[in-house]
Design a protein around this ligand. Structure first.
Ligand SMILES: Cc1cc2nc3c(=O)[nH]c(=O)nc-3n(C[C@H](O)[C@H](O)[C@H](O)COP(=O)(O)O)c2cc1C
Length: 393
C-alpha cells in the first residue's frame, strides 16, 4: 500500500497485514490487521506518528522515500507493533527526535535500546507547533499500557488514538466504509485488549469530551471519519448495563456435561434468556471474549479431570478473570466419575469477577431427572435475576 492523503499535508502510512492470524501469540485475527503510522507536514516541521510492526518495516521505509526530513517521531505507545520500527526511522533521519511521555521514554529505552539523547519528553496537555499545525498530547493511561497517550491535531480536528478505538481488520479502505464489520472487529479488540481497564477507559473517554473530533485515526484498522458511533459503542461496552445474555463456555469428553449444557440452554431459551455457547476445544476465544463484554451471567460447563476442572475450562476461567467482564452472576455445571474439587478450584481462579455465585450443579455420570430439575431451577434463578437487574437483550 502506498502513502495516502487524509487531508492536506496529513497522510496515512503503514502496513496492511492481510495474512496475520494470531496476535500476541494468543488472539485470533480472522480479518488480519493494519499497523498505521501517520505523516504530518507542517509549514516548519514534519512529524511521523508511530511506526509499524518491525517485520513490515520495509513498507514504511518505502513510503517515506519522498520525505527528505523528519523532525519528530511521536511515540504514543511503547508496544513493539507501533514502536519496533522507530530505530530504523531514526537511522534514516538522524536529526529526528522521539517525542513521548517520560514513562514511555523509559519503556522505549528498555524495549528498543534507543539512546537517551534522542528523546524529547512531553507532559499531559502539552502542545507542539509544526508551524501551521499544532499537536496536543493527551495522556490516556491504560489504553492499554500505563504509558499510552493520544495526539490531537487541532487545525484538522483529527485525533490520533493509537490502540484506543482500534480494530484488527485488514482493508484497502482508508476510511471506515463497512461499519458492521468494523464494529465487530472493534468490539473483538475491546474485549481482548481494553476490557480489563473498563473504568479507566471511561475516564479517558470523558477526558476527550472537550475536543471537537472530526476524525479518529487509530493505529489498527481504518480511520473513523464519523467518530460518534465508535465513542458511543466504547461507552456501552465499558460501562453500559450487562445484557440478558448467558455466556456459556463448556467442554465435555464423553457427552455427559454436554447433555447438561444442552438442557440448560433450552431451559434458559424458554425463559427468554439468550444463551451464547462456546465449545472450548473448537472456540475462537475472541468470540468468547466478545460475548463476555455483554454477559449478565457466565456459566462454565466442565467434567472433573484429575480432581479439577478440565484444563480448557481452567484456561477459560483464567482468561475471564484476567479480562474482568461486568457479568454479575456465575455458575458451574458438569459431570464427574467419583469425586474432586471442580467448584473450589474454579471459584478460586476468579477473584477479579464481582459475581454472585449461583449454586453449581454436578452430576455423577450421565445426568438424570434430579439434575435436569436442578438445571430448570438454575434457569429460573438466572431468568429472575436478569429481570430484577433489568438486563435488556
Ligand atoms: C482423564 C480423565 C480423568 C478423570 N479424572 C476424574 C477425577 O479426578 N474425578 C472424577 O470424579 N472423575 C474423573 N474422571 C471421570 C469424568 O469426570 C467422568 O467420566 C465424567 O462423566 C465425564 O464427563 P463428560 O462426559 O462430560 O466428559 C476423569 C475422566 C478422564 C477421562
Amino acid at each position: 500500500m502506498r502513502k495516502r492523503q487524509i487531508v492536506k499535508n496529513v497522510y496515512w502510512m503503514g502496513a496492511v497485514d492481510w495474512d496475520r492470524r494470531l496476535f500476541d501469540s494468543l488472539i485470533p485475527l480472522p480479518d488480519g490487521t493494519t499497523y498505521n503510522a501517520y505523516l504530518i507536514q507542517g509549514s516548519e516541521k514534519t512529524v511521523l506518528i508511530d511506526a509499524v510492526e518491525p517485520e513490515l518495516v520495509e513498507m514504511l521505509m518505502a513510503q517515506l522515500d519522498e520525505t527528505s526530513r523528519v523532525d519528530y517521531v511521536i511515540s504514543q505507545h511503547a508496544e513493539q507493533d507501533h514502536s519496533g520500527s522507530i530505530p530504523r526511522v531514526l537511522a534514516r533521519y538522524p536529526e529526528a527526535k522521539v517525542v513521548t511521555s517520560a514513562k514511555a521514554k523509559s519503556m522505549l529505552i528498555d524495549l528498543l535500546h534507543i539512546a537517551e539523547d534522542k528523546f524529547i519528553t512531553v507532559v499531559d496537555g502539552e502542545s507542539l507547533s509544526l508551524g501551521d499545525k499544532t499537536l496536543k498530547f493527551i495522556f490516556t493511561p491504560w489504553v492499554h499500557w500505563p504509558e499510552t497517550m493520544v495526539t490531537y491535531l487541532e487545525e484538522d480536528r483529527i485525533l490520533f488514538s493509537c490502540d484506543f478505538f482500534g480494530a484488527h481488520i485488514a482493508s484497502s479502505d482508508l476510511f471506515v466504509t463497512d461499519k458492521g464489520r468494523v464494529y465487530e472487529a472493534a468490539k473483538r479488540y475491546f474485549a481482548e485488549i481494553m476490557m480489563p481497564f473498563r473504568n479507566v477507559i471511561q475516564k479517558n473517554i470523558e477526558k476527550l469530551a472537550p475536543y471537537n473530533i472530526d476524525m479518529i485515526a487509530p493505529s489498527h484498522g481504518q480511520i473513523y471519519n464519523k467518530s460518534a458511533w465508535i465513542i458511543d459503542a466504547y461507552q456501552d461496552w465499558a460501562i453500559g448495563s450487562p445484557r440478558n445474555v448467558v455466556t456459556f463456555p463448556f467442554v465435555s469428553m464423553h457427552g455427559s456435561t454436554r447433555k447438561m449444557v444442552d438442557y440448560l440452554t433450552a431451559s434458559l431459551t424458554e425463559r427468554q434468556v439468550r444463551v451464547e455457547l462456546f465449545n472450548l476445544p473448537v472456540t475462537d476465544i475472541g468470540k468468547l471474549a466478545m460475548s463476555l463484554v455483554d454477559a449478565g451471567t457466565i456459566v462454565i460447563g466442565t467434567p472433573t479431570v484429575l480432581t479439577g476442572p478440565h484444563p480448557m475450562a481452567a484456561y477459560c476461567a483464567f482468561l475471564a478473570n484476567a479480562l474482568r467482564p461486568k457479568a454479575r452472576y456465575l455458575s458451574i455445571v458438569g459431570s464427574y466419575g467419583w469425586g474432586g474439587k471442580v467448584v473450589e478450584t474454579l471459584a478460586g481462579m476468579i477473584p477479579n469477577l464481582k459475581v454472585e455465585v449461583l449454586d453449581p450443579i454436578l452430576s455423577k455420570g450421565v445426568p438424570s431427572r434430579n439434575e435436569f430439575d436442578a438445571l430448570d431451577r438454575l434457569a429460573d434463578t438466572i431468568a429472575a435475576k436478569h429481570k430484577e437487574s433489568n438486563f435488556k437483550v
